[in-house]
Design a protein around this ligand. Structure first.
Ligand SMILES: [Zn+2]
Length: 321
């Protein structure tokens, strides 16, 4: 008799579950939250079915629902009613983000509030930095404003600040200002690797931050490059980042894995708006199962090495877990 050894492990379904290599848990998920000034009821984002911009009260209610679903943190984005060329709404102590931080922390103190730190949604031109007369981005002038913005958010009670602008030296500038003002314990989640990606398009509708001229390729990274991504991640680590984030996630799994191998910091990944909208659109067409696609995409991001995932599916999938 010829004995054929089974190719797969001789494990029961229970054992297979026990040895599953990658876990996906609610504590690993962060939910984005858009709060907009000057509206009185939620406004759906057409290119992101199921996602809304909330007024302040509605935003607090949504934050409560997110917490009730078992999610521990939100990533807050604010949309101001007024924009200018110095993004003054970003660092106005009474601006939409500081107001939102206070309102959420007041009602749900245990929910971690992470605030995106960028200028684009507060700028009339939609760029992430101060634009000079020749239409170039002024890096150093932008750093000052970013540091000021981060300080205003920390003062309002933010648990963590997340600079997403990609200017050179921003993590160091923010760290220095926070330390000088006594916020030595406020961590920085840095968008360390942010590729210039077509998958951000729906977000720009949600955050109303599309550039009015040019593009962001001068300050975002070429998606063809892994080593450049590593270099940037390393710089952010040296400047004092506490968590490194890679964005987008699904098309950059190798970059998540490489960054994870090269750092001892926690690594986060942002499953961006386009990744969300693709899954939603295909499942709405009946082309695949929504829940299974969400679980698979998030598990793949975890498998690549992300300790934390920012995802628009956080609340929905948490309720399933
Ligand atoms: Zn920006």
């Amino acid at each position: 008799m010829v004995l054929i050894r089974p190719r797969r492990l001789r494990l029961s379904p229970v054992m297979r579950d026990m040895v599953r290599e990658t876990s996906l848990e609610r504590r690993q998920l962060i939910s984005p939250l858009f709060i907009k000034e000057g509206i009185s009821s939620p406004e759906p984002v057409p290119s992101m079915p199921g996602i809304c911009q909330f007024d302040l009260k509605g935003g607090v209610g949504e934050a409560e629902a997110i917490r009730e679903a078992g999610i521990k943190a939100v990533l807050l984005f604010g949309i101001p009613s007024q924009k200018d060329t110095l993004a003054s709404g970003a660092y106005d102590p009474n601006g939409i983000i500081p107001q939102s931080i206070k309102a959420i922390k007041d009602k749900i103190p245990e929910l971690m509030v992470i605030t995106d730190v960028c200028l684009c949604s507060f700028m009339t031109h939609g760029h992430c930095g101060v634009v000079a007369k020749n239409n170039e981005i002024e890096n150093d002038a932008t750093l000052e404003l970013l540091a000021k913005t981060a300080l205003v958010y920390a003062t309002a009670g933010a648990d963590m600040v997340a600079p997403s602008d990609m200017m050179d030296g921003r993590v160091a500038a923010i760290r220095k200002t926070l330390d000088q003002e006594g916020f030595i314990q406020t961590p920085i989640l840095s968008y360390a690797v942010k590729q210039a990606s077509s998958f951000y398009a729906p977000f720009r509708e949600a955050a109303e931050s599309a550039p009015q001229f040019g593009d962001r390729k001068t300050y975002q990274m070429d998606y063809a490059n892994v080593r450049e991504a590593l270099r940037e991640a390393k710089l952010d680590e040296e400047e004092g980042a506490d968590i490194l984030m890679v964005k987008p996630a699904g098309s950059a799994l190798d970059i998540i894995a490489t960054v994870k191998n090269q750092t001892t910091l926690p690594v986060a990944a942002y499953q961006v708006s386009g990744e969300y909208s693709m899954i939603v659109a295909a499942s709405q067409n009946g082309w695949f199962d929504r829940k299974q696609a969400i679980l698979e995409s998030l598990t793949a991001i975890r498998r690549a090495g992300a300790d934390l995932i920012v995802t628009y599916f956080a609340k929905e999938i948490a309720e399933e877990m």
